[in-house]
Design a binder for this molecule. Sequence first.
Ligand code: GLU
Length: 298
Amino acid sequence: MLSTYNTSQYRGRFAPSPSGALHFGSLVAALGSYLQAKSQHGIWQVRIDDIDPPREVSGSAQDILETLSAYGFQWDGNVVYQSKRHAAYELTLSTLIAQQLCYACSCTRKEIKQQGGFYLGNCRYKQFTLTNNALRLNVDKLAHPVTQFHDRLQGHICLNPQEAHEDFIIKRKDGLYAYNLAVVIDDINQGITEVVRGADLLPTTGKQISLYQLLNKPLPNYLHLPVAVTSSGYKLSKQNHALAIDKKNPVPTLLQALNFLGHPVPSSVNQSDCHHILTWATENWDLEKIPKKSEIQI
Ligand code: GLU
């Protein structure tokens, strides 16, 4: 059995990437993580996951923070920026390298596609130089590969076995840190006890658990919220040009997000401001009411 965090203080976070404005899907993740933390008198932090400059939209980090404020969210402590955390990522990478838990890989995407789409560990014993190559975590070093885990909402999750055994990238060939590396190092550093986010990130969770295990750190709990999809089946995302949520008139969208999470707001409260609505939602937050689905059409 995997060990999980057991601390008296709940610590959660919302970690948007600044690749565009907040849309309805990201509001749901912000709201769910906030209510899960605040209903337990916990800490709720905001982290800007700005590790991928080519995908960044200038000004969107500031815009996301302003939108969160307009919706009545108050975060604890300072906002963490991944762009300022490179030294911590390098430190962990040097530990993983020294312990031979990762290796350099020169395979191209095309080569991996030709082998069936999953990386088969071709470069594991080739001792390529660490520069100008991607770095992959050697999941073969795990005593037990991570093939399943428990999610507090979605239940028992079984991972695709090929994916579970795949040595995944922790630093890209272009020198950028991989999301799976940065998210784990930062969640450990911030003392996050529970990760609440959209179910579109369920498939990455096994990789992140592998990294926790190789770093010998206790796991957070996981809770993946349903994601909003359009009638044509597309997930709302910045890549799909989902509409930015309204900053000037936040109440209707906040009520819609609460409804989406199974918490319709009574008429005695729904005429008030975001602050009062969030207070009501914090007091009435109940995991049992959230639809146990990974997708909901809106
Ligand atoms: N930054 C990631 C995103 O916006 C989410 C990170 C996480 O919650 O683990 O998709």
